[in-house]
Design a protein. Sequence first.
Lengths: 74, 215
Amino acid sequence: MDIFGNTNIPFLSLIRPLFLLALLVYVAFGFIVIKQVRLMSNTLEIGLEKAIEVTAYVHMFLVIFVFVLSLLLF
Amino acid sequence: MKDIYVSGEEKKGKEVVLKKRKRQKERLDTNPLHSFRYHPKDAEFIHKDKEEEIVLLLRQHPITNLGWIALTFFLLLLPGFLTAMSFYEALSLEHKIISLFIWYLFVFTYAFEKFLGWFFSVNIITDVRLFDVDFHNYVYRKITDANIDQIQDVTVEGIGGLRAAFNYGDIRIQTAAGVPEIEFEAVPYPDKAAKILRELRTREDVSGFARGRKI
């Protein structure tokens, strides 16, 4: 059954806000990752803390990049 | 029997072996990725006393990472197979780009979480206590500690062919502390670790007795 067949609303315009909302949650998750990595680095100093923190920031940057890319292209 | 005469070449050979052993030991102590670090240099943890000395730092054997590393490689290769499918061809170029970015981001997040889970889940044995840190995922971590003199029983378990082949296993420590059992999971050389723990317990018992605690 085509639920969108009888309306003029295109399928993607319905999906888009949900998709962007999910990515926004992912951005918040990226911040949590940084926070948790910092917390663990403060709890344990066993080497590689700087490298791990940098990786967490790269992860955050990538999440924001994908969010912005989706805003522009999706 | 001690040698009365040692030739120059033999001396040189012994020196080379000793230097090699020293280098190996230093590598064990300073490599942050090593799973069995005896008297690790520059290692610290929260609420560590000034006089407290870390005797052993353990984490799961590197072979336990094999599963998630293999899965990560599979997930990295998966889009290559998907592109051959018809529904993927129906997507516009923009959607293809975004879906690929999101896919690789998920894979990165997954692999990073697994690595952190392995790296930060450590068991620390100091000269006065045990410190067990479990990093389950990005939002859940657990820290347990117990004094050495509260240890009641130490059990070493090594079940399975892989564990026997790579010499790793579990150490279960029964304590009289609030947490009745602390478990060191899949740690390398469990017998060596248990032996170190036993020696520390004996030392603690003797010093406790000397201080008059056991009277």
